[in-house]
Every structure is written in structure tokens, then in C-alpha cells.
Design a binder for this molecule. Sequence first.
Ligand code: SF4
Ligand code: SF4
Length: 380
Amino acid sequence: MDEKEILKEINSCIDCNNCLEVCDTFIETGNELQSPKGRLKIGDKAFRNQEISEEERFGLYTCTLCGLCDLVCGQNIDISTIIHQTKIKQAYTSKGLYDIQTKISKGIIEKDNSVNGTPEERLDWLTPELRKTEEFDKKESDTLLFLGCMSSFKVKESAISAYMLLKKADYDFKILKEEPCCGEYLYSTGNFNKAMEYIPKVHKLLKHQGVKRLIVTCAGCLYAFNNVYPKYLDDWNIEVKHIIQVIKELIDEGSLRIAKKHSDQAVLYHDSCRMGRKLRELEIFDQPRSLLIKSGVRIKELNKNCIESPCCGAGSGLRGVDKELCIDIGSKILQEMDDEILVSSCPLCVFNFRYINYKNQGDKKIKYITDFLLDAIEKS
Ligand code: SF4
Ligand code: SF4
């Protein structure tokens, strides 16, 4: 969309307020500047080159880009895309990004990760024994298991369980010794120029490694490689799948089998917004649920699920901009739990839910999906 089209779309808003009813940042704050409609008005000012106030800037950058508002707008305004475009526009004004966003962006560029991790510790999820036998970049395989920053540094059991399940199936894949970040944070926060420098570098590395297929563990990586990379790289032709899609295929074709190891357990499955709603064309709704059911669990659904599933509260770097709002949004999801285990296919959601649970001094159990399923899946 060019700026003229953006302004035209913004001005097609009829103030019906439908979008206010689904937007968690508005529901939690009651502040119209933190609502979809309010953010469109901020966009209107920004694209007319008017200066936005500090409160408007905060309203803009507290949007998680969850995309729930897009589902309900009767005018079919592509609200979250316009908010994202406004973030980009705003990032290059004198006020620019918040310091925390600049700091995380700097970490991605200098350390190749979004979590301030020490690059040398990126492979700490791999046991010393496995490290001895792992060939890394030297392995002749065109399939790369791309773990991403959250799995590598923060939710390490998601990395090792995904790796072990592929090994159980004798699946042909490799991992990199020095994996980069996918760059999604740069893109979604509006740091567009840096994203456009970083993403081609990642693509060059993947091409150099002869990668034709990517298997990812993170919903953010899945979104970046399926949505952002193809949009900006003319020669992008890498197939991208989430680990749960691959495991489901391996079970369906008989390379792996799944046993009822988790009978008597109840699971609340949360669909991440990047993987569910924002990549709805991939329809990754039934695969995780069917594997969980085959492992014996009883699934409880959130009041809103699948395409309507709420954001965990961490989308588009909200944790850095407004931690309390992030906690309030995620807490609502945890409050729907009784004694179930919350299972997610996104390590960022897992990390955020655990953080919120800790802050709330709660006792909720939160697990990444392949870690939860690891003991129930064996080689056929
Ligand atoms: S993308 Fe999500 S957080 Fe942002 S305005 Fe829309 S509903 Fe609200
Ligand atoms: S739902 Fe669409 S038309 Fe209604 S207030 Fe929101 S942006 Fe405007």
C-alpha cells in the first residue's frame, strides 16, 4: 500500500467501534489511543506528516500486531498492516523507536539474536554427547532445522525436543553452528531499514548452505520466513514448515508412532497469533490438537481459539514497551486455566506465559508442544 492508499483506507473508517471490542490493548487500558481505531487516527496524522504526541507514540508502539481487529472491520480496513506501516513511518522521525527497541535491534545486528544472548551459548541446548556426533554445517542436507532465538536461548527444551523427534524418525536435516536471528523483531517494530539489511544477509547464508527446506520451532520465525522474506526477496524459494507439521507428516506416513502416554491429563492449547491467525492459510489448527489427542490428553479450548485466539501479550515487542500491559493481556489467558497444562507451539508464547505466571506467583504449567509430546512419540 502506498501512502495515498493508506490514507484512503484510514478515511473509510465509519467509527462503528467494532474493533474496540476485540482489541486487548484497548480492553485492558480503556485508552482509545491504544485501540485499532485510535491507532488509525495516529496513522492519519503520521501519513499527513503531522507530529504525533508522546501519548500517541505510546499508543502506536503498544500494538501487538495481533491482527484481531482485521477480522471484525466491516469496512475491510487492513488495520494491522496500516498500524505496522505507521510504526515504520514513525521510526524514522525525530522521536523514533523507544530505547529498548533500539537496544534489542542492536543486539540482533551485533549478536545475531533478539534476547541479548551470548553467541557462544547459542548451542547450549545440545547435550555435550550430541555435540560430539553432530556434523552441523558440514552435513550434506538441504533441510535446516532453524531453532530461532527463543528456542536456542530461553526455552531450550523446545530446541532439543524438536531435534530429538527428527532424530527418532531418522529424518535428514542439519543444524547450524552459528544460526542467525530471523529478523522478525526488526520488521515488526518498524525498524524497516535494518530489517532490509539483515534479512538478505540471512537469505545469503541459507543459500550458501544449500538450504531448500526450513523447519522452524517458533511462530515468529514461521511468520517471517513465510510472509516477510517472500515479500521482499525476489529469489526466495525455500519451503518453510513448523516442526509440528513435520512431526504430523512423519506419524501419518508411519516413520513415527504416537502412544497414549498422557491419559488423564488435560491440556489447554493456545494458538499463537503469528502461526494461527496471521498465517491462517497454513491451517495449523488441527495438527497440534490431533497429536495431543493421540497422546491421550483431553483438550480444553480457550473461549476464543484458532483464528480468533488472543495474543499471549508479547507480540511486536510489547513486553519491552509496556510490561504491565503485556502481563495483563497474558494473565487473562492463564485465568481460563484450571488444572490443565497450557501447551503452545511457539517458544515466545511459552516464555511469556511462564514470565507472567512467575510475576503472578501462579502455579500454572506451561509447555512447548514437542517437549510435551517427546515421551509419547517413538520410531515405528
Ligand atoms: S493488531 Fe491487535 S493490538 Fe493492534 S490494534 Fe489490532 S487488535 Fe489491537
Ligand atoms: S471496525 Fe473498522 S470501521 Fe469500525 S471503527 Fe474499527 S476501523 Fe473503523
